[in-house]
Design a protein around this ligand. Structure first.
Ligand code: NCD
Length: 321
């Protein structure tokens, strides 16, 4: 594995290796080890062409816990055309010796372009490209599901996950459908027809237009943010009607299985796709998702840059700081 551009880059075994390594890292971080010397002297560049708080901070925390140097480059608002700006920026970073470039960009395919054109010699990690993919979000979501419902073991076979809402604009949904199915879970996409992309039937997931119909049968509900900034048209009549049909509230949570968990990648529109009391309820693992994101991104950086296995990690940390 040279880069992480799409969930399609991973075999099932590689995906499980990332999750297993993240489990070790989170265990060690919970105990004595705060910082690992593994990536000392390596440089990780966060190249963000689009607003982000949690993903950028999560990658920064992950890189720093592995002792890498971190450069944050926020290129939002550049007046250069997208292609030129990406190329010039990448060449600059290459001159600075970036070992890894974590890129978020509003254009689908930007991370692939960076990797394919070889504008950087560093590994490329896609932190969200347009409406296309967000592989580390899917990995942290599967990690969170596995932790809560499978005690950190094995794959996700036998589980059913509902992904609810603005599937059309969601790179989180796309990466999650690929990964959850790769790991053996069944996926149900729940949305109004206007918020499903053309060709969604080929994704291999079940499709439902009714949240109420699926609630009793799922092990996790993953709520998606309504991405108003990507909407130049009306995709549903009113916000009230959207909430009434597709919003998660306590009454709906009470119809879930006792063991089922509630997820959201953030940032949330409280009161639109999820009510405030649902987001803060005991079934919600939304804050845990954020914490797990750091362990999963440490694992990805470690495996891509160290080229090692989780066993080596344990040996490194034994002699670590
Ligand atoms: C997601 C994103 O940016 O794709 N958020 C995130 O990475 N934490 C989801 C979203 O913005 O709705």
């Amino acid at each position: 594995m040279k880069n992480l551009l799409s969930i399609d880059d991973l075999t099932k075994d590689q995906a499980l290796e990332i999750l297993d390594t993240a489990v070790e890292l989170s265990r060690l971080s919970d105990s004595s080890v705060r910082k690992f010397p593994t990536l000392r002297g390596r440089t990780v560049v966060n190249l963000f062409f689009e607003d982000s708080t949690r993903t950028r901070i999560s990658f920064e925390a992950a890189a720093k816990r592995l002792s890498a140097d971190v450069i944050n480059f926020s290129a939002k608002g550049s007046s250069l055309s997208k292609g030129e700006s990406l190329k010039d920026t990448a060449l600059t970073l290459q001159a600075m010796g970036a070992d890894a470039v974590v890129i978020r960009h509003p254009a689908s395919g930007a991370a692939h372009q960076l990797a394919r054109q070889e504008w950087t010699k560093g590994v490329v990690i896609n932190a969200g490209d347009g409406t296309h993919e967000h592989p580390t979000q899917a990995l942290l979501d599967s990690f969170t599901i596995r932790r809560n419902l499978r005690s950190d073991q094995g794959d996700l076979s036998g589980l059913t996950i509902a992904i609810v809402g603005d599937v059309l604009h969601s790179r989180v949904a796309r990466s999650n459908v690929l990964l959850l199915q790769k790991l053996g879970a069944k996926v149900i996409l729940v949305a109004p027809p206007t918020l499903l992309p053309v060709g969604v039937q080929q994704w291999g997931a079940q499709i439902s237009y009714s949240l109420d119909d699926v609630l009793a049968n799922v092990d996790a509900v993953m709520m998606l943010r309504v991405q108003r900034e990507r909407m130049d048209d009306l995709f549903f009549p009113t916000e009230r009607e959207y909430s009434r049909n597709f919003g998660l509230n306590l009454e709906r949570i009470n119809r879930l299985k006792k063991s089922a968990i509630v997820m959201h990648p953030g940032p949330m529109n409280r009161g639109l796709e999820i009510s405030a009391d649902s987001a803060d309820s005991s079934r919600s693992v939304i804050v845990e998702q954020v914490a797990n994101g750091v362990s999963v991104r440490m694992s990805v950086l470690y495996l891509l840059l160290g080229g090692a296995t989780s066993r080596d990690l344990l040996m490194t940390s034994a002699g670590g700081i």
